[in-house]
Design a protein. Structure first.
Length: 250
């Protein structure tokens, strides 16, 4: 099995006396979609915030391609190749689809001395933006206003914006939330395509999508890892059935 691109060991985050994330080990590998499951309050969002840099750990390590990144800011991690999406759609609704992706691409190209350059004409950022939109299936909508897109298309745009930063790791927080059947099927197809070239962590409550997509599943309860393994083993795990899936075998 390939070495982990992003590797967390003993990752812990405490809020006073509460351990929202408690001693979690997690490894993300290129070409592998790793699903993170658990009931509300299990610590999933805290974990993804720790990996992205939105929160700092109380203890434990986070390594990206062997480098310690536990104290780095979210923008530093983004420039290194870690991209994330959020539970709530995070776009610029008044801008066009292309402008949204271009702004994301520019975040990977800080040019502090180009004070008189027209950022909108940066050919590298434009190329990266178009590639992200093509990968996300939005290349035919570049001139549309982002706020006029459907909910599912806006979620695709958010992923296109992440892709425009050319990440190696994708941290995706409930990308199927609020979607109908047709939009969900389109998103599942997109995630399948992206999994071949990225290391993906997927937080999702749609069990059909998770078991259709995941190569590895980790289940969290009360801030700790309850089980981690192949989808078949997780589905058959009686502890998981009791704690999360809501039943167990007779």
């Amino acid at each position: 099995m390939a070495d982990a691109v992003l590797d967390a060991r003993g990752l812990t985050r405490r809020f006073g006396g509460l351990a929202a994330c408690d001693g979690v080990d997690l490894a993300l590998r290129r070409g592998e979609l790793h699903a993170l499951l658990g009931p509300n309050g299990a610590g999933k969002s805290t974990l993804i915030n720790l990996l992205s840099g939105d929160l700092g750990p109380s203890s434990g390590t986070i390594r990206f391609k062997g480098a310690d990144i536990a104290t780095l800011s979210p923008d530093r991690r983004s420039r290194m190749g870690i991209g994330r999406s959020y539970q709530k759609t995070n776009i610029f609704p008044a801008f066009t689809v292309f402008e949204n992706a271009r702004l994301a691409a520019q975040s990977r190209r800080p040019r502090p001395f180009a004070i008189v350059a027209n950022a909108s004409r940066d050919p590298v950022a434009g190329k990266r933006a178009m590639r992200g939109l093509e990968l996300a299936g939005l290349h035919e909508h570049v001139e549309r206003q982002a706020g006029a897109l459907s909910h599912g298309e806006q979620r695709q745009l958010e992923i296109a914006m992440v892709l425009a930063t050319e990440p190696e790791v994708l941290l995706l927080d409930e990308p199927l939330a609020g979607m109908g059947a047709e939009e969900s099927a389109r998103m599942v197809g997109l995630l399948k395509r992206l999994a071949a070239a990225h290391a993906i962590l997927l937080v999702e409550h749609d069990m059909d999508a998770v078991f259709a997509l995941a190569d590895v599943i980790t289940v969290m309860v009360n801030g700790q890892v309850l089980a981690s393994g192949l989808p078949g083993a997780i589905r058959a795990n009686t502890s998981v059935q009791r704690a999360y899936l809501g039943h167990e075998d007779d």
